[in-house]
Design a protein around this ligand. Structure first.
Ligand SMILES: Cc1cc2nc3c(=O)[nH]c(=O)nc-3n(C[C@H](O)[C@H](O)[C@H](O)COP(=O)(O)OP(=O)(O)OC[C@H]3O[C@@H](n4cnc5c(N)ncnc54)[C@H](O)[C@@H]3O)c2cc1C
Length: 264
């Protein structure tokens, strides 16, 4: 089975700093790591390869230093890696990101399976996996919590509001894999050594077949108009007295609080 895993480099912090003028993340001085939720699709791909044979290719779009996350994927066991990097990709929104990744995957494939994480911890939209499926016109299953091979077919468990649905897949397909799916392995010593000298394949705008107007900021239909860190304000009041007094006070407090839609 030929499997691609999309992985993203993200800032190694939960306290993101935002540039108030450009409305972009301040990345200077912040260490970068592999998006923690991308370990799980990577592990799922490696396990499928161990069962069925084939190849695992890690793919990332980002600046040149995003090569680091590809090295981690190789250290974990990926066979190949592609770095989609070009100044023309800068400023991509989720539409342009998923379109660019789709074209890179199309050129490097064919892949039987394309795996993504649930979401990136910085952008946080969970749109890129489904976006890739849409651009490639492939079936997709999101919220995958388990994968198994049965009677020569791939079956996946999808987390539902109430319970789990097992689905049998027609390949090729795109999956977004949740952390419930597996326990990611640590890189082996052999893998680490291989990653030190490994050079990923590069993909630039010219390799995607996209026009400059379809990539990066120009190809992004969304604009970040304003961005802010939410301020949490808590007003505390201790209710004291017997149960009837406390209950009555609680009811009157709740009655004056705005609801989720703003109404009192
Ligand atoms: C107008 C605009 C401008 C922007 N400019 C920038 C910018 O200059 N620099 C910047 O870093 N961000 C920028 N962003 C944010 C950027 O669009 C998103 O970070 C990016 O599209 C991925 O979306 P996400 O982080 O929500 O990923 P999600 O959709 O939450 O990620 C889901 C999964 O998709 C895969 N995935 C996501 N991104 C990638 C990737 N790059 N490579 C491989 N796999 C991936 C991973 O498997 C991940 O787990 C911009 C956004 C907008 C709207």
């Amino acid at each position: 089975m030929n499997i691609a895993v999309c992985i993203k480099q993200v800032p190694d912090t939960t306290e993101l700093k935002l540039d108030p003028v450009t409305n972009t993340l301040i990345r200077e001085g912040v260490e970068s790591v592999l998006n923690p939720l991308d370990d799980f699709p990577l592990e799922a791909a490696l396990r499928l390869r161990e069962t069925l044979g084939g190849r695992v290719t890690a793919v990332t779009m980002g600046p040149p230093q995003a090569e680091d996350v590809l090295r981690k994927a190789v250290a974990m066991g990926a066979d190949a890696a592609i770095l989609a990097s070009d100044r023309a990709f800068a400023g991509s929104d989720t539409w342009a990101t998923s379109l660019t990744l789709a074209r890179v995957l199309e050129a490097a494939g064919p892949f039987d399976l394309i795996l993504c994480g649930k979401q990136a911890i910085d952008g946080d939209t969970a749109q890129v996996g489904p976006g890739i499926a849409a651009h490639l016109d492939l079936p997709q299953v999101t919220y995958v919590t388990a994968l198994r091979c049965r009677d020569g077919a791939l079956e996946v468990a999808r987390m539902m509001d109430a319970g789990t649905a097992w689905l049998r897949l027609r390949l090729p397909a795109v999956l977004t894999v949740l952390k419930d799916a597996n326990e990611p392995r640590l890189p082996s010593l052999a893998g680490r050594l291989r990653s030190l000298t490994f050079t990923p394949r590069r993909a630039a705008l010219a390799d995607t077949g996209l026009e400059p107007t379809q990539a990066g900021l120009e190809g992004s239909p969304t604009r970040v108009v304003r961005i802010a860190v939410p301020t949490v304000r808590r007003r505390q009041e201790r209710l004291e007295g017997d149960a009837a007094t406390v209950a009555a006070r609680l009811v009157s407090v709740l009655a004056t609080r705005p609801g989720p839609t703003g109404e009192a």
